[in-house]
Design a protein around this ligand. Structure first.
Ligand code: KIV
Ligand code: ZN
Length: 391
């Protein structure tokens, strides 16, 4: 059942945090293609870039702001006037502009990176949000390294940011350090302790250093967050960000555990994955959940036999639901006779029991020698025998 409380906003940062991973730089044309696809797919907020980072980034954010008509377009800024003005200028032409401004709040970041005392950081929080609010109505504030921040100080910063006008509060797991239980508790605690918490939407932003980004993201939502920051294919700094396609399909497939709704058209997920992989030249690992080339492929005889009897034996979502035309039964040395017969029928062959046994034996021998057995290989081994039989 849909209501405002279970609607979760999808904030895609493929073009900002995603592009920050080494080697993933995209051209303006590629960024525009990705942004238009994200908009069409139903992403609620597109973080288009970090306008102060370079002229190219500024131009990309400005152009995306001009072109995107439905989603909110966000530009990132640090806590200084120049950054904030540049971000405001870049998103100025968007139908729905947002400035996303951040500062570190953890002891290690404040001491070594910022070299500032907590009270100075708190003053900057108020200043950065106030400045951003003078430029746009929609301001997101992020507590960088939020999961390693001392709770009392985090609550003071969040309260001050909301008072200064922040409409979204993001508490990132910047270094991928948290656990699902901790992250859920963090949101419950902050939302319970900050008196004006109900005036803002809380947001999750998880990195994947320990491989827990998606699990942490979903736990944060269970703790009350209603915006998810993520990237296509999970690209991002170091081990990446939480993968959009995995989060959205977990919500769709396990509505019992995650009773939320997103606005994403899931049938576009595979296309989005391919467009981003091509634009960044980052290949998608074969066994990547949802969009990997093996995500709906079955090779073992037992699994293929089960799939031929009922698809729910080994698939928890349909390939069509993520934009893949069909399940693929990959023919290899683990394949069984049933799958082989079905493959022959698909290729247009109708063999007698003896011919089938003979072809199956020769296929197994071939599969032992060859890593990939293509349809053409199977056709060749059947055609060869049929030709000899007719000589
Ligand atoms: O990981 C992080 O903390 C970030 C912030 C800039 C939001 O990407
Ligand atoms: Zn990040």
């Amino acid at each position: 059942m849909s209501n405002d409380q279970n609607r979760v906003l999808i904030f895609d940062t493929t073009l900002r945090d995603g592009e920050q991973c080494p080697g993933a730089t995209m051209t303006l044309e590629e960024k525009l293609e990705v942004a238009e696809l994200l908009d069409e797919m139903g992403v609620d907020i597109i973080e288009a870039g970090f306008p102060i980072a370079s002229i190219g980034d500024f131009e990309a954010v400005s152009e995306i702001a001009r072109r995107v008509k439905r989603a909110v377009v966000a530009g990132l800024s640090r806590a200084n006037p120049k950054d904030i003005e540049r971000a405001g200028e870049a998103v100025r032409h968007a139908v729905r502009p947002r400035i996303h401004t951040f500062i570190s709040t953890s002891p290690v970041h404040m001491k070594y990176k910022l070299q500032k005392e907590p009270d100075d950081v708190l003053a900057l929080v108020i200043d950065q949000v106030t400045r951003a609010r003078n430029l746009v109505d929609d301001v997101e504030w992020s507590a960088e390294d939020g999961t390693r921040t001392e709770m009392d100080f985090l609550c003071r910063c969040v309260e001050a940011a909301i008072k200064a006008g922040a409409t979204t509060i993001n508490i990132p797991d910047t270094v991928g350090y948290t656990t699902p239980e901790e992250y859920r508790t963090l949101f419950e605690t902050v939302r319970g302790r900050v008196p004006n918490a109900d005036k803002a939407i809380f947001s999750v932003h998880c990195h994947n250093d320990l491989g827990m980004a998606v699990a942490n993201t979903l736990a944060g939502v269970n703790g009350g967050a209603r915006q998810i920051e993520c990237t296509i294919n999970g690209i991002g700094e170091r081990a990446g960000n939480a993968a959009l396609e995995e989060i959205v399909m977990a919500i769709k497939t396990r509505a019992d555990a995650f009773p939320y709704e997103t606005g994403i058209d899931t049938t576009m997920l595979t296309r989005a994955s391919k467009v981003v992989a091509n634009a960044t030249s980052f290949p998608v690992q074969y066994n990547k959940a949802i969009v990997g080339r093996n995500a709906f492929a079955h090779e073992s005889g037992i699994h293929q036999d089960g799939m031929l009897k009922h698809t729910q034996t080994y698939e928890i979502m349909t390939p069509e639901s993520v934009g893949v035309t069909k399940t693929s039964l990959v023919m290899g040395k683990h394949s069984g006779r049933n799958a082989f017969r079905s493959k022959l029928a698909e290729l247009g062959y109708k063999l007698s029991d003896n011919e089938l046994q003979d072809a199956f034996d020769r296929f197994k021998a071939l599969a032992d020698r060859k890593k990939h057995v293509y349809d053409e290989d199977i056709e060749a081994l059947v055609d060869e025998r049929l030709a000899t039989a007719h000589d």
